[in-house]
Write a protein that binds this ligand. Structure first.
Ligand SMILES: Cc1ncc(COP(=O)(O)O)c(C=O)c1O
Length: 375
């Protein structure tokens, strides 16, 4: 039998140069306008316009533009009053920022395990509630919204605050409602690798609480109520005007970005049918925007090495769960505490799903994954 000749590809995981090619004239015009006016930080027309549009897009009364998804989480927890002695329930398979902000406020992250689709298990949330629990922070990982009906029900019954880590899920929906509109706060990232991306760090919080939004607007600029008055000690967490202008422009493109990523994901889902690969199916009641397309596969490291060797870039989100990170040692968790999270960490592989991939690219990646398993 003749060995199959393996072709060479050049399929990047993200394709920011393609985005630059597509948008350069408009980006240059935005850059020139902002630079010539010379107003780079602080509230202004671009910030206000973006905030109004983001709130409308997400279906909330308010959106507060900030410098990152991390500060969005931090300020949401802070205005929610989370502090020393409080417990916040969250999954251990997120990006480290969701746990770090809890620790920085002096509160305790209480991890609970996840379901097969990598999102927090509502039943485990309920079991973890103690007299010190103040908040639940579900993470809509990969662009898939958690089971927010059950989480909001638990929160209401136990009088808990819900802070959605929606960093990866702009535009995603559950039962027809947008992520970031279920809880008291929705915290988004507009990091360059997100579906709505700035050209540096940026993020925002959504909320229906106008008082909390006003406080976050003060806290993001040193706690200042105006140029002379400092209401409380604050931070430098505001969004740069340049990023706001870029995000305002790119918000118009977001529906197309999401549509293309969903198309690529649907093709993967059709093609990647094999006993050694698990692809979390889409539920009827969800609208996933596929910030990432994550499969769970046997011999994951070998598969990733093989794909890399033939020019297909992949990633792992995330190889070491947060409870096993050196920084988490003082929290007292051990290997074995979260079996689903830990076994997924050994099996997950993020395939490229970006909006600049053609159907042929997706077919090539899926074909090579299957070929690796001898199909
Ligand atoms: C789940 C999650 N939470 C929080 C963050 C933090 O967002 P940022 O990088 O904008 O600070 C990210 C971004 O990578 C994320 O993916």
């Amino acid at each position: 039998m003749r060995a199959r000749a393996v072709p060479r590809y050049d399929i990047p995981y993200v394709n920011l140069p393609a985005q630059a090619d597509e948008q350069m004239p408009e980006l240059a015009a935005i850059f020139e306008k902002v630079v010539r006016r010379g107003s780079f930080v602080g509230a202004g027309a671009e910030i206000e316009r973006l905030e109004a549009r983001l709130a409308e897009y997400c279906g909330t009364r308010e959106a507060v533009a900030l410098n990152s998804g991390t500060d969005a989480l931090f300020l949401a927890l802070k205005v929610a009053g989370i502090g020393p002695g409080d417990e916040v329930i969250t999954p251990p398979n997120s990006f480290v920022a969701s746990t770090a902000v809890i620790v920085h406020l002096g509160a305790r992250p209480v991890f609970v395990d996840v379901l097969a689709d990598q999102n927090i298990d509502p039943a485990a949330v309920e079991r973890a509630i103690t007299s010190r629990t103040r908040a639940i922070m579900p993470v809509h990982l990969t662009g898939r919204v958690c089971r927010m009906d059950r989480i909001m029900d638990i929160a209401e019954r136990h009088d808990l605050i819900v802070i959605e880590d929606a960093a990866q899920s702009i535009g995603s929906m559950f039962q027809g409602r947008k992520s970031g509109s279920f809880g008291h706060f929705g915290c988004f990232s507009a990091h360059p690798l997100k579906n709505l991306n700035a050209m540096g760090d940026a993020g925002f919080v959504t909320t229906n609480d106008t008082v909390a939004a006003a406080r976050m607007r003060r806290l993001r600029t040193h706690g200042m109520a105006d140029r002379e008055t400092v209401d409380e000690w604050g931070f430098v967490s505001r969004m740069d005007v340049l990023h706001a202008a870029i995000l305002d422009y790119r918000l118009d493109k977001l529906p197309d970005v999401i549509a293309k990523r969903r198309e690529n994901a649907a093709l993967y889902q059709r093609l990647l049918k094999h006993e050694k690969i698990f692809v979390p199916p889409c539920r009827q009641d969800e609208f996933n925007t596929f910030h990432t397309f994550v499969i769970q596969a046997e011999r994951r490291d070998d598969l990733q090495r093989h794909l890399r060797s033939i020019g297909i870039k992949t990633a792992i989100h995330y190889p070491l769960p947060i409870h096993l990170q050196p920084a988490a040692a003082s929290l007292g968790y051990r290997k074995g505490d979260f079996p689903a999270t830990e076994s997924q960490a050994d099996r997950i592989l993020t395939l490229p799903v970006n909006q600049y991939m053609s159907a042929q690219d997706v077919e090539a990646v899926a074909g090579e994954v299957l070929a690796f398993y001898g199909v």
